[in-house]
Design a protein around this ligand. Structure first.
Ligand SMILES: Cc1cc2nc3c(=O)[nH]c(=O)nc-3n(C[C@H](O)[C@H](O)[C@H](O)COP(=O)(O)O)c2cc1C
Length: 195
């Protein structure tokens, strides 16, 4: 019993230290728009079945400016999560991509694209968006939200495979809706990866 209490206290102590260090690291972080984005027309596009990716997209948009658009399906997925997951599994197996409302990206130079992770992969509506559009001469910058596990490099390669874009920047990955200091986490990623 004493050992169990000791282990719990140690874990709580370490958790507090790590969280405090994270807060110190993120506090007062500032964003300076890099050369490659200055004067560029920026669009943030996202799909969100819940609201996690939407939350990250809205925070990103408030930092970057430009326009923001949500990918909308012509036919929504079932609200019941089990029915929805079964349908997604079936669609993945059949190589089916859902029909989405058209989004015109021709007026933009830089496209941030946000997706939830579905079955360790980009969500099907975002795959449809990537397939439907011409990314030649665009800068594509992905971000995604997840709740269990995924592999950043796999997602990065999928963005390359689904488009004709020359370069894809390293994605921002966020657990659920970002949980805390979302804007600061986004700025840290922008400063480190998007230059
Ligand atoms: C059909 C389906 C499959 C999912 N597969 C994964 C997965 O493979 N890995 C993971 O970490 N999260 C997975 N999730 C969880 C979502 O990626 C996560 O909750 C995400 O933040 C949801 O974003 P949203 O609220 O914008 O839809 C899955 C969710 C759904 C609905």
């Amino acid at each position: 019993m004493d050992i169990l209490l000791y282990i719990i206290c140690t874990i709580l102590f370490l958790f507090t230290i790590i969280t405090t260090l994270k807060i110190i690291e993120l506090k007062n972080i500032e964003y300076k728009k890099p050369e490659i984005l200055s004067g560029k027309r920026i669009l943030t596009v996202y799909y969100s079945n819940g609201s996690n990716t939407k939350n990250v997209a809205q925070n990103l948009h408030s930092i970057m400016g430009g326009d923001i658009k949500e990918i909308e399906l012509t036919e929504n997925y079932p609200k019941n999560i089990f029915k929805m997951s079964n349908l997604v599994r079936k669609q993945i197996k059949e190589g089916y991509l859902p029909k989405i409302e058209e989004i015109d990206i021709s007026d933009y130079d830089v496209i941030f694209v946000g997706t939830p992770i579905w079955n360790f992969s980009i969500s099907l509506p975002v795959k449809a968006f990537l397939k439907n559009n011409n990314f030649e001469n665009k800068i594509l910058i992905p971000f995604f939200t997840y709740s269990g596990g995924t592999c950043k490099n796999k997602i990065l390669n999928e963005f390359k495979d689904y488009t004709n874009v020359k370069e894809v920047k390293k994605p921002l990955s966020m657990f659920e809706n970002g949980i805390f200091m979302v804007k600061e986490q986004i700025i840290k990623w922008l400063n480190n990866e998007i230059y």
